[in-house]
Design a protein around this ligand. Structure first.
Ligand code: ADP
Length: 291
């Protein structure tokens, strides 16, 4: 199975003609809330991709938002290990979504900050641990170290972008980043190929939006074009990619096939509004792959 340890946030989304510039006020249109957070989105994507049971370690507050997030994860068949924070609110994200599918996001992490190294559940039966950077870095590194010691493979989606200690990178089997995150981790070394070569992780995958993705593993570079879709909301495209990729690698698929499946799932996620609500089922992904 796959254990995801990470964030869960309730997304407050307003659509507007454009994302406001600093100091600008924009009159938006429809408003909606959606279950989100990188960790929870990736857990849902992993569970919908199927193949192995998905569990998630997450921290929530004692407020009505927590139940919304729990329900969404359970409905997707994710088994939950919940740390309950008394003094912090459930994580929230404030998202402005523009007509050309650009977004601007502010996250209030709240309870997500309560995840500590000692909260990691028993790892028996898991093949992969999947991590992101919306929870405290010391816990992320402690989980990676414990999982590696227990014989799991460790995957990190290094988002949101931040510099990382070499001690954390050394624990990873798989690193998934977008171009901005890649450039930051590679110290701004120019081309994607140069950046890929500079990062000392066995398998590095770079997502490139509508240009698809590429990966370096075993001294080879793999390219996967994006699937052509009409994008309406790219929120959770990256998360869908990560969860689907790790589900596929977890069931033993070769990397090239896993990249194709992750590309198809994340393209479909761009065609629908919201985060977890936009993540396709395995049947929908298969239909796109067969078309
Ligand atoms: P992030 O949102 O994390 O920065 P990307 O923008 O790179 O990540 O998107 C992640 C993946 O989602 C891409 O590698 C691609 O597979 C898919 N994707 C994103 N935007 C599009 C799009 N407009 N059309 C098709 N696929 C897309």
């Amino acid at each position: 199975g796959v254990l995801v340890a990470g964030s869960a946030n309730l997304d407050f989304v307003v659509r507007a003609s454009h994302v406001p510039a600093p100091g600008e006020t924009v009159l938006g249109r429809d408003f909606a809330t959606f279950p989100g957070g990188k960790g929870a989105n990736q857990a849902v994507a992993c569970a919908r991709a199927g193949g192995a049971p998905t569990r998630m370690l997450l921290a929530l507050g004692e407020d009505p938002y927590a139940a919304v997030l729990e329900d969404s994860l359970r409905a997707a068949d994710v088994r939950l290990h919940i740390v309950r924070s008394r003094d912090r609110a459930t994580g929230t994200a404030f998202i402005c979504l523009s007509d050309d599918a650009e977004n601007a996001i502010t996250v209030a992490p709240g309870a997500n900050e309560a995840l500590r190294p000692e909260h990691l559940p028993d790892l028996a039966g898991d093949g992969y641990l999947l991590l992101q950077l919306e929870t405290p870095l010391d816990a992320v590194e402690a989980y990676a170290r414990a999982a590696r010691a227990a014989g799991l493979r460790v995957a990190l989606n290094a988002a949101p972008a931040r510099p990382l200690p070499a001690s954390l990178l050394a624990l990873l089997d798989v690193l998934i980043v977008n171009e901005g995150e890649l450039s930051l981790l590679a110290g701004g070394r120019g081309s994607v190929a140069a950046c890929l070569a500079a990062i000392d992780v066995p398998c590095v995958v770079v997502t490139m939006g509508a240009r698809g993705c590429c990966a370096r593993a075993d001294g080879r570079i793999l390219l996967q074009a994006a699937f052509a879709v009409d994008a309406v909301d790219t929120t959770a495209a990256g998360d869908t990619f990560c969860g689907t990729l790790i589900a596929a690698l977890g069931r033993g698929d070769p990397l090239a096939r896993a990249l194709r499946e992750a590309g198809a799932a994340s393209a479909l996620a761009c065609t629908r509004l919201g985060a977890q609500s936009s993540i396709p089922t395995r049947a929908e992904v298969r239909a796109l792959l067969a078309s």
